[in-house]
Write a protein that binds this ligand. Structure first.
Ligand code: SF4
Length: 341
């Protein structure tokens, strides 16, 4: 929903200023799906808004729900016909996480990622990003009554820091108390390590969480599987994180996808521990080991036992580690699996 257009439409209709927050609240916080549901305004105004504005900037093409009902993926068709995906996940607690896309496709071509395979089509505009959250708010209102969105992660299709202008606008809307009213700490931005973006996040949204998709701890391997490393090397990343800590003193989540025979050996654990310890501020790093979700890109996931050995090694080196439960696998909505189909 474009908030500026909403305001202009209300001015055009000679509405008093107090109408704006009334309608904003109904759309962004209550999660109505149709202007006709707003009972606090006149029928004439509701009909005018229906004629003037779309609440969502896309149409929903497909919704896939996992058997347990706690992973849901939506395929969305944008106004220009391109498609993106967004995911809603829960551990069954009544609280849900929304994973949003920030680009249609991705230019960075990480070798294990389904999104990166077909390149970048275009950046999303802010409205298309925050509307993914709005859509899931509407969905939960209809399907699950009192359930709430408690977290938003920029971890869907695309690299958020390569679309910073629009991502920044969407972050402003999501944290605006008159609009979505999410706390900054309930939002995370995940990056493969775009240094300029990390510094901008620290400066402009120091309370928004940062997640770094590291996945490899030597330049040799990272260059091979994540071409972006040729520009933003591990040494560059280390300096950027040190700078980030200086500015925010906030925890960073290190994401590490476990790929069988590629980055899950003893030597890989050694290199990872060595690299992370060399950054300093070990207490501000938390490593998430993630079981790889199979895509058509041909990698295999590390076995559960081996993941535990890897975890133990890192813990013995004084690092804080979790094995992240891979929610969303059944609907192909987990990290690195969104391909817009
Ligand atoms: S992992 Fe992220 S940055 Fe890499 S290709 Fe996929 S979407 Fe792009």
């Amino acid at each position: 929903m474009n908030n500026e257009q909403l305001k202009k439409s209300l001015v055009k209709n000679n509405q008093p200023a107090y109408r704006v927050p009334q309608i904003q609240k109904a759309i962004f916080q209550t999660g109505i799906s149709n202007f006709m549901e707003i009972s606090t305004i006149s029928k004439e105004l509701r009909e005018f808004l229906v004629r003037e504005l779309d609440i969502l900037s896309f149409s929903v093409k497909k919704i896939v729900i996992a058997k347990d009902g706690f992973s849901v993926k939506a395929l969305l068709e944008l106004r220009d016909g391109l498609a993106i995906e967004t995911v809603l996940l829960s551990a069954g607690t009544g609280k849900w996480s929304v994973c949003v896309s920030s680009q249609v496709g991705c230019a960075l071509n990480c070798q294990f990622c389904a999104t990166g395979k077909n390149g970048l089509r275009r950046n999303l505009i802010a409205e298309e990003i925050s509307d993914q959250v709005l859509f899931w708010r509407q969905y939960l209102k209809k399907k699950r009554g009192a359930d709430k969105i408690s977290n938003i992660v920029y971890m869907g299709m695309g690299e958020p820091f390569l679309n910073w202008t629009e991502v920044k606008k969407s972050l402003k809307d999501l944290t605006d108390n008159d609009l979505f009213a999410f706390g900054s700490r309930s939002i995370s931005v995940s990056t493969v390590g775009i240094a300029e973006g990390i510094i901008l996040l620290a400066k402009e949204f120091p309370q928004v969480n940062l997640a770094l998709s590291l996945h490899f701890a030597t330049d040799e391997k990272r260059n091979k599987y994540m071409p972006v490393n040729n520009k933003y090397s591990l040494n560059n990343l280390k300096k950027t994180l040190q700078n980030y800590f200086l500015k925010t003193n906030r925890q960073v989540f290190i994401e590490y996808i476990m790929l069988a025979g590629i980055n899950d050996g003893e030597m890989d654990a050694y290199e990872l521990a060595k690299y992370l310890k060399s950054i300093g501020k070990r207490q501000l790093l938390h490593i998430n080991l993630i079981k790889y979700n199979q895509t058509e890109r041909g990698f295999e996931s590390t076995s559960g036992n081996k993941v535990q050995i890897f975890k133990k090694y890192l813990e013995n080196n004084g690092l804080s580690v979790s094995v992240r439960k891979s929610l969303g696998q059944e609907v192909f909505g987990a990290c690195g699996q969104l391909a817009g189909k």
